[in-house]
Design a protein around this ligand. Structure first.
Ligand SMILES: [Zn+2]
Ligand SMILES: [Zn+2]
Length: 136
């Protein structure tokens, strides 16, 4: 499915090809902090199908407890999170932030990952497959 989106201030805009089965929720503690929210909704898209239409995003590289590095991309003006990826200069997959997708109303999450660190007052969101950790 073809999707579009932009950051809050409009400086960054993009298009992508997306598989609705690959929309989910991440409960990891890094997502809680970097999204400043209870969890993050993500959509895994092939980088080959992602096109930046406008703007130049900024990137912050975070190091997880495991030592793994992830590049978090966001709008440097309004701070809207855009996607994360490996630190490879040409990553294969982007974890797009589902909240910035114009068609997000039609993209319910299919899975939840890192449920072991989900906030205790949260109930399972919907008809999702739940994983304690990452995908196995
Ligand atoms: Zn912006
Ligand atoms: Zn996460």
């Amino acid at each position: 499915m073809r999707i579009t989106g932009e950051c809050h201030c409009g400086e960054i805009a993009f298009e992508a090809e997306l598989d609705p089965e690959k929309v989910g929720i991440c409960h990891c503690t890094d997502c809680q902090v970097t999204s400043a929210s209870a969890f993050r909704t993500i959509a895994m898209v092939d980088a080959a199908g992602f096109r930046l239409m406008r703007g130049t995003p900024k990137t912050y590289v975070k190091t997880a407890d495991s030592g793994n590095q992830r590049a978090l991309t966001f709008c440097g003006t309004c701070g809207t999170a855009l996607y994360s990826a490996t630190t490879d200069p040409e990553p294969a997959v982007l974890n797009l932030r589902a909240g910035i997708i114009d068609q997000r109303h039609d993209l319910p999450p299919r899975y939840e990952i890192w449920c072991r660190s989900a906030l205790p007052w949260l109930k399972p969101v919907a008809d999702t497959i739940r994983y304690e950790f990452q995908f196995t």
